[in-house]
Design a protein around this ligand. Structure first.
Ligand SMILES: Nc1ncnc2c1ncn2[C@@H]1O[C@H](COP(=O)(O)OP(=O)(O)O)[C@@H](O)[C@H]1O
Ligand SMILES: [Mg+2]
Length: 276
């Protein structure tokens, strides 16, 4: 089981999109069994994998979300008489959703925002504990973790649980300068928590061929001592039409644009090699 987090402290760089589509591609092109963990309180990854109706039904049925993993003393069922406190499940009793064959999801939840991030409660270790608890019971080849764009307990918990982190970045100067800051924050977490999580690489996203920003970005990364070995040769092209279809649970592999399809196939192949 390989655990890979998608991280970047900038929002809107394509973390969620890459996480969901890499997960999809791993199952359909590599025959892998994949669990997607959505630790972003904005739960966009969940929205890309579940229809709004299915998500509402899931919540109304009181089924598990990321909140059950992080909030172990929680009030669950609301009734006319008030709300009742329920005993938390053990970690390996948390039920994931089978999105389709080989693709599983522990849905995100806006309720994560409500959790007080009291330091010292050990919440940052919860994802790792969960993965340790399910090891053996369930044979996932990959666990893909989507994170929010903040150096929060969520990002830290993802790094603690992961073997690798993958960085999607847009090819513009501001995004690129953020990479060094991101590296220093990850290094800080690695030192604080004694982690050996490795960088799987940097994927340029929403690119437009032949533009100066793209050429400059590649020149910048390939000229940098640290980042030059990290750049993926495959990049993800920007396609507005694709973005418009994401919430209809459409994946890059199904895109009508052949370059989008080959981009996700190549990027996923590269990720598989880089995490071997
Ligand atoms: N390859 C792409 N082409 C066009 N739009 C994209 C592409 N990838 C992502 N987007 C859009 O860009 C926005 C940010 O992407 P998202 O994956 O949510 O980023 P993040 O998770 O880093 O915030 C979303 O509206 C998404 O639909
Ligand atoms: Mg996101």
């Amino acid at each position: 089981m390989k655990v890979i987090s998608l991280i970047n402290m900038k929002g809107g760089v394509g973390k969620t999109t890459l996480a969901v589509n890499v997960a999809d591609c791993l199952t359909r092109q590599h025959g892998a069994t994949v669990l997607m963990l959505d630790v972003d309180p904005q739960f966009n990854g969940t929205q890309c994998l579940m229809s709004p109706d299915d998500y509402v039904a899931h919540r109304e049925a009181g089924r598990d979300t990321m909140l059950d993993l992080f909030d172990r003393k929680r009030v669950k069922a609301s009734t006319v008489q008030g709300s009742t406190e329920v005993q938390p499940k053990t970690l390996n009793e948390i039920e994931v959703v089978e999105v389709r064959e080989k693709l599983f999801l522990l849905p995100g939840s806006l309720d994560l925002y409500r959790l007080e991030m009291a330091p010292g409660e050990g919440r940052e270790n919860r994802l790792k504990a969960y993965l340790a608890a399910i090891r053996g019971d369930t044979d996932y080849d990959y666990v893909i973790i989507d994170t929010p764009p903040t150096p929060s307990v969520w990002m830290t918990s993802a790094l603690i649980a992961s073997d690798y982190y993958l960085i999607p970045v847009r090819p513009d100067p501001l995004s690129l300068t953020g990479l060094d800051l991101l590296k220093s924050i990850v290094d800080d977490r690695k030192e604080n928590y004694g982690l050996s999580v490795k960088c799987a690489g940097v994927v340029l996203t929403m690119t437009r061929q032949g533009t100066n920003v793209l050429n400059d970005a590649k020149a910048y990364l390939s000229g940098d001592r640290y980042w030059k070995d990290k750049i993926f040769t495959s990049e993800i092209p920007g396609r507005v039409k694709f973005a418009q279809q994401q919430l209809n649970n459409v994946f890059m592999l199904d895109s009508e644009a052949p370059d989008m399809r080959s981009a996700i196939i190549n990027a996923t192949n590269e990720l598989v090699v880089r995490t071997t």
